[in-house]
Design a protein around this ligand. Structure first.
Ligand code: FES
Length: 572
């Protein structure tokens, strides 16, 4: 891009009073005058926060990006945006994904930024930043923070998925509270995000699959010096991307989204991928629906042996060669000519990849599991669809299952009755949880992988079919149907399910049905009393009024699309 076409010239290229104001206050940070001579201004969008421990090392990462930007002749300017830490934010970080994306969008558009580096780590920090940037559509590169080192506990490798195992063992009385506390420090022993193929790792793979990062970005551990190297190189590269005018819309094509869907199935990525990818597609204007996921994923087996679908960790994935190896294996299925942030195609980037550990990254000929990483089911219980992660099931025979519903009206009902010895439930029952969808429990919390009733755990039951309109942590596992749409709180058929109803799940046929006649459903619908959501002020009120359903990415309706990079109103 020619220098005088740079967005930043609309600020720093001005003469008279306006130019004086734009430059003078920046100079209080010690920049010499020639810094404002027309070099690309690169925003570094930082989600550092001590309340987002997975992103706690981002000041150092930003310093590496800056070095690269300076080297390439750019002018780096770091700015903070709302940071969403998965573990601390209540009721759920997902409630604020769209709010954070607004912060990102408006911060980029309102400032003299020619290109932007997005520093993403903990789960929602990736989609919120990409969504916001997509609505502005300037040259953008993503640098992920990287996963933690593998946890080590009493001689064993552990990761975030073990929380669920530890907590079930604790409920069964097999380990003490002291042992549980010991495991805390052992699991999170370095900088970085969750070290399994949870949502953060899935998001890091998603941005690499979409072509928004340099190759290998996804898997390099946060504590590995090569994480700083990729940040440094990304700083160099974004300056060139500005000169080439390589905007997000040139990378985020339909083909790029299809590549990401196929790769996500092969790596056993989190079900949250579906919601976030749909939301990003909605921002950049690519037509994507749940049906695309089934069409593209059906024949793709699991190639990656990482928890929660397998046994290894992100660190092992990196040492085995990382995502480029999976890309290379799948090149015949992918759109190999999709362009990426380094200016090369996915095919060019992947061609030199080499697998160093076939135990971790398998081949299409001999996959880790034949079960795909993701399936979309439809039927009268989820007219607009629901998702399941077959590769994370502990009892694959439950992929075809017919059982009696045990219904919890909301999360409080579930907590109050799950372990009641009188609960009428057996291992063939199907647990149904209502009102945890985008509106019903604002933000759609990760409670879909309900614990099993204590009395069944005691009998050695390890998995049951569970259905809800909520989400599941990317670290979770089991035969869990999620994101039922429409959700119960807007009167979807999920709201009409009653104890004892028969439900049939058939993943092979991609169906989920409630065996209740339409006449009976109609009768129940007439009796249905809508939930009083009762949020009448602030952001939550805005969210509840405008959030779309899960099959549309749960974005706010007025945020779909973008407003481009022109400032909203130029007063000077
Ligand atoms: Fe931050 Fe898992 S809690 S990535």
């Amino acid at each position: 891009m020619e220098e005088n076409k740079l967005r930043s010239r609309g600020w720093f290229g001005k003469s008279g009073k306006d130019g004086f104001i734009y430059r003078a206050w920046m100079k209080n940070q010690g920049y010499p005058s020639d810094e404002f001579d027309g070099r690309p201004v690169i925003g570094i969008c930082n989600t550092f926060s001590e309340l987002t421990p997975c992103n706690g090392h981002f000041r150092e990462l930003a310093a590496s990006v800056k070095r690269g930007v300076w080297e390439a002749g750019g002018f780096p300017v770091e700015f903070p945006v709302m940071s969403l830490g998965e573990t601390l934010i209540k009721p759920t970080a997902m409630l604020y994904r769209n709010l954070a994306s607004m912060d990102v969008e408006e911060s980029i558009r309102a400032n003299p930024i020619d290109g932007v580096v997005l520093l993403c780590g903990c789960d929602k920090t990736t989609p919120s930043l990409v969504m916001g940037a997509a609505s502005v559509n300037i040259p953008t590169i993503v640098v992920s923070g990287g996963p933690m080192l593998t946890g080590k506990y009493r001689g064993k490798n552990i990761g975030t998925s073990d929380i669920w195992r530890f907590s079930e063992m604790h409920r069964k009385g097999e380990i003490s509270q002291e042992e549980l506390s010991d495991a805390e420090a052992c699991m999170c022993r370095s900088n970085g995000h969750c070290a399994v193929m949870g949502t953060a790792s899935t998001m890091a793979c998603m941005v690499e699959s979409l072509g928004l990062t340099l190759p290998e970005n996804a898997a390099i551990p946060a504590a590995d010096s090569r994480r700083k190297v990729i940040a440094h190189l990304s700083g160099r590269r974004i300056v060139q991307m500005v000169k080439e005018d390589l905007r997000l819309s040139k990378i985020l094509t339909k083909e790029a989204f299809e590549n990401a869907i196929m790769l996500n199935a092969a790596i056993g990525g989190s079900t949250n991928f579906v919601i976030h990818l749909l939301a990003i597609a909605g921002r950049i204007g690519v037509d994507l629906s749940l049906d695309h996921f089934n069409q593209l994923c059906e024949k793709i087996p699991l190639l990656l042996n990482l928890q929660p679908s397998g046994g290894y960790f992100m660190e092992d994935f990196y040492y085995a060669g990382g995502l480029p190896v999976v890309m290379k294996e799948m090149l015949s299925l992918l759109h190999a000519d999709a362009i990426t942030a380094n200016g090369k195609t996915i095919g060019e980037n992947a061609k030199t990849a080499e697998c160093f550990d076939p135990e971790v990254i398998a081949t299409l000929a001999e996959p880790i599991k034949d079960l795909t990483g993701l399936a979309v089911v439809k039927g009268n219980l989820c007219i607009n669809g629901a998702v399941i992660k077959p590769s994370a099931s502990l009892k694959p025979e439950l992929m075809q299952h017919r059982g009696r519903a045990v219904v919890f009206e909301d999360i409080d009902d579930y907590k109050a009755r799950l372990d009641d010895p009188e609960l009428d439930v057996d291992e063939d029952s199907i647990l149904v949880l209502k009102n945890v969808g985008p509106k019903g429990y604002p933000g759609m919390p990760e409670v879909g992988n309900m614990s099993l009733p204590k009395k069944l755990l005691a009998k050695g039951v390890i998995d049951m079919v569970r259905i809800s309109d909520g989400r599941m942590s990317g670290t979770g596992f089991g035969t869990v149907v999620l994101h039922v749409s429409p959700e119960a709180a807007v009167g979807g058929n999920l709201a009409l399910v009653r104890d004892g109803d028969i439900i049939e799940l058939n993943v092979e046929k991609r169906s989920l049905n409630l065996e209740v006649t339409e006449e009976e459903l109609e009768r129940r619908r007439a009796e249905y009393v809508p939930l009083d959501l009762g949020y009448n002020r602030g952001y939550v009120n805005l969210h509840v009024r405008h959030v779309m359903q899960a099959h549309q990415g749960a974005d706010l309706d007025f945020l779909r699309g973008g407003s481009g990079d022109k400032v909203t109103r130029d007063s000077h």
